[in-house]
Design a protein around this ligand. Structure first.
Ligand code: SAM
Ligand code: SF4
Ligand code: SF4
Length: 338
């Protein structure tokens, strides 16, 4: 496959793509889609606004020709999108793509894990913020206990998918779960990644004071476990990884707030309605759906994506302060997919 490596203004190559396939979700996680803001009257995107699988496949091929090697499917809750394995099959047939993953709340994995694996999916990241049913039900805003998610994790393992666990940690909400989650994941051979609570969107009421940093979590872990650092698997790896000394299981941190990693951020994002975002915190999307629907050729789309990436100079997390949160146009996490 012919590949042109494109770079942005800060010399960062385009290497991975996150595709949101739907903005709806069966959960209302407090830190992402608070139930009071995403109520029954909330207007989600109409179906006609969503990119079709054919459109996503076409864009996927173009992104791969521009250097993308990894694609992650996300949402909203991606498993709510009808026939998702069909999309996975289309994407995994793209020559030059080495990895395709999915981020999910896990509830629908018992139904889809095998089909997804057969379609070419390699790995899933399952979000789980607590092992305590009551607390987990409060966090997900729907009173759903942990059992469906744990069953989803098991189904993914049984299907032969790689499984990692994402836990967003928010002060006063689930910091008591830091050690129980580590113990559970270590015992079950699952890589747990603690995610610092971020100021994405403008509905979650984020405050810097609510953030528990990697350093704080690491200190707690060190009291209980012996850890050793593991180097990054590749340039642009966002997790800071450690390994338990007595077991070949990793534990990681996504330090978006306390130790930003913008200088190696090689990720582009495609929203469910076909807008390209060059940063999780840059609310100015670049329309590609209408351009495509109005008859643009592959060459024209390639040129447009190249121009967008060449013009990118985002480094929001490097510049973040407690104040920057209030004065920027931002995009909701559920819309862009993390
Ligand atoms: N619904 C799927 C899920 O929950 O895994 C995929 C979409 S969700 C937006 C993607 C990831 O973003 C999840 O791991 C979620 O925990 C994380 N996330 C959502 N809001 C966040 C926030 N405010 N700060 C940090 N991570 C967040
Ligand atoms: Fe839904 Fe995922 Fe957001 Fe939770 S984090 S509300 S599961 S999109
Ligand atoms: Fe990438 Fe933007 Fe996050 Fe920095 S703030 S790592 S540029 S997505």
């Amino acid at each position: 496959m012919e590949r042109t490596i494109i770079k942005d203004k800060l010399n960062r190559p385009l290497h991975d793509l996150r595709i949101s396939v739907i903005d709806r979700c069966n959960f209302r996680c407090q830190y992402c889609m608070p139930a009071e803001k995403f109520g029954p009257d909330f207007e989600f995107l109409p179906r006609s606004a969503l990119l079709t699988y054919e459109e996503i496949e076409r864009l996927g091929k173009i992104f791969v020709s521009l250097g993308v090697e990894k694609i992650r499917i996300t949402g909203g809750e991606p498993l709510l999108r009808k026939d998702l394995p069909l999309l996975v099959e289309k994407l995994s047939a793209i020559e030059g793509l080495s990895d395709i993953g999915l981020t999910t709340n896990g509830v629908l994995l018992p139904k889809f894990a095998k089909e997804l694996k057969d379609a070419g999916l390699k790995r899933v990241n399952v979000s789980l913020d607590s092992l305590n049913d009551e607390l987990f039900g409060q966090i997900n805003g729907r009173g759903v206990g942990t059992t469906p998610v744990l069953e989803g994790i098991e189904a993914a393992k049984q299907a032969g998918l790689g499984v990692k666990i994402n836990m967003v940690v928010k002060k006063g909400l689930n910091d008591t779960e830091i050690i129980p989650m580590a113990e559970y994941c270590k015992e079950h051979g699952l890589e747990l990644r603690y995610i610092e609570y971020m100021d994405v969107g403008s509905t979650n009421g984020w405050k810097m004071d609510d953030v528990i940093t990697k350093k704080q979590i690491y200190h707690l872990l060190k009291e209980r476990f012996e850890l050793e650092p593991v180097g990054p698997a590749y340039f642009g790896e966002v997790a800071k990884l450690y390994k338990y000394k007595d077991k070949a299981v990793n534990v990681g941190f996504i330090t978006s707030v306390s130790e930003s990693f913008c200088s190696s951020c090689t990720r582009s994002r495609l929203s469910a309605n076909g807008q390209i975002f060059t940063c999780l915190f840059n609310g100015n999307g670049h329309d590609i759906r209408n351009f495509m629907r109005n008859g643009a050729t592959d060459e024209q789309i390639t040129e447009r994506i190249t121009a967008i990436w060449n013009g990118r100079d985002d480094r929001y997390s490097d510049e973040r302060t407690a104040e920057t949160n209030n004065n920027r146009k931002k995009i909701e996490m559920s819309y862009i997919g993390g």
